[in-house]
Design a protein around this ligand. Structure first.
Ligand code: PLP
Length: 433
């Protein structure tokens, strides 16, 4: 018996009348997999409940932020106490200082500035890099998503076009003509553009470990190579840890490479987990670079709700609760799920590869290894759509797109994990059909 989804379908109809596509961020729609998105009424721990009363194990976790699961009692208590003191003052507050101190203590950055979304963080980091270096060109990798910043919604130009072209209508060519787009994990391509344009490059921005084309880990030493190449050419290395920060490990992706190998990015962007489910994000880095930011320096950047007391309180409570035990638990649960997914797909004869970095992983329906966006694009969209719906029918909410990371939390206990494990063989057979 298929799940009853009448209430979600009715809400979707109403939503489509008043909101483009019925959603406030495209990937929430089921365009890539077909069907009607479930409208979620509430969430607790590892579980989502929709408006028809169906329950799902959540493998999206709000696209990363909910490291501790939903409605964690201590985060809720901190937020409730903060709300009672008023919701926004437009003045400096103590939670901002405490959250900044926590981020500085855990990561490579020396100073940090808060914003409200990952998009704002990367946009501001790029402006700061340009203002600091006095240069204009930005290098990025195909398949890395840094939010909907005009200059970064860019695709590699075809043929002889070195500089990028707009990745969407609405972005003028003038916004991407200073952006260079390279294949990920390709050292030779990086060497080449720095040899040709090094003295014009303000910064190279990369996801610290890409998670937006599925998880495509940097090959060993790749981030160190990028940092070193940027330094050699006087460009800044911007590591986007919006997804990986406080998620891939306690110290983000940097905890898995830079902290071990002994190098630091010049600038880092954060979001997701550090907001504890509220709109908070940040960019930070070298003290001298951050000192170029207004009001200390000349590079302008601002925000009415930046460092909002409720958001920073939620983020602070989340990070303080995100202990080594939390990462151990999420890592173990991820290991169990990804092993079972690989076994189920192998048993059903579906070509696949499972890739991970720290506690983050994703499942590609193509032979691996997946090293870059071109490899990732070979994943079977039709196979994933069948897989996704078979999981959903069995109460597991996967990301409704084949190119996404699967997220777990410290609230994913044996009951939640075994619900996933029971569903996987059915989904693998559906993908094979
Ligand atoms: N950077 C990365 C690596 C992301 O994964 C995202 C969002 O998924 C962003 C930036 C943009 O963040 P936001 O959606 O908060 O604007």
């Amino acid at each position: 018996m298929p799940l009853d989804t009448a209430a979600s379908a009715e809400l979707f109809e109403r939503a489509r009348a008043v909101t483009p596509g019925g959603v406030n961020s495209p990937v929430r729609a089921f365009n890539a997999v077909g069907g009607t998105p479930r409208f979620i009424r509430s969430a607790a721990g590892a579980w989502l409940t929709d408006h028809d009363g169906n329950e799902y194990v959540d493998l999206i976790c709000s696209w990363g932020p909910m490291l501790l699961g939903h409605a964690h009692p201590e985060v809720l208590a901190a937020v409730q106490a903060a709300v009672a003191r008023g919701t926004s003052y437009g003045t400096p507050t103590e939670p901002e200082v405490e959250l900044a101190e926590e981020i500085v203590a855990r990561t490579s950055v020396e100073r940090v500035r808060f914003v409200s979304s990952g998009t704002e963080a990367t946009m501001s980091a790029i402006r700061l890099a340009r203002g600091f270096t006095g240069r204009d060109v930005v290098v990025k990798f195909a398949g890395c998503y840094h939010g909907h910043v005009d200059a970064l919604l860019a695709s590699a130009g075809s043929g002889l076009a070195t500089f990028a072209v707009p990745g969407t209508p609405g972005v003028p060519a003038s916004s991407t003509e200073l952006t260079l787009v390279l294949p990920y994990n390709d050292r030779a391509a990086v060497e080449k553009v720095f040899a040709e344009h090094g003295d014009r490059i303000a910064c190279l921005i990369t996801e610290a470990a890409p998670g937006n084309m599925g998880v495509v880990p940097p090959e060993p030493g790749f981030n160190a190579f990028l940092a070193e190449t940027c330094a050699r050419h006087g460009a800044l290395f911007v590591s986007d840890e919006v997804m990986t920060g406080f998620r891939a490990s306690r110290q983000g992706q940097w905890g898995l490479d830079g902290a071990v190998e002994g190098w630091r990015p010049d600038l880092v962007t954060f979001g997701k987990v550090m907001g504890g489910g509220f709109p908070a994000a940040a960019f930070g880095g070298r003290a001298d670079v951050m000192g170029h930011l207004a009001p200390e320096g000349p590079v302008y950047q601002a925000g009415t709700l930046s460092g909002n007391p409720i958001a920073t309180t939620a983020g602070l409570a989340t990070l303080r609760l995100a202990t080594d035990e939390v990462y151990d638990h999420v890592g173990r649960a991820a290991e169990v799920v990804k092993t079972a997914a690989a076994e189920a797909l192998a048993a059903a004869g579906v070509p696949h590869t499972v890739q991970s970095t720290g506690t983050m992983f994703s499942v590609f329906l193509t032979e691996g290894p997946v090293r870059d966006f071109e490899d990732a694009s070979r994943t079977s969209a039709a196979g994933y759509a069948a897989f996704f719906h078979a999981m959903l029918e069995r109460h597991v909410y996967l990301p409704p797109s084949a190119y996404e990371t699967w997220f777990l939390s410290s609230a994913h206990d044996d009951r939640a994990v075994s619900t996933v494990l029971d569903a996987l063989p059915h989904a693998a057979r559906a993908a094979a059909a």
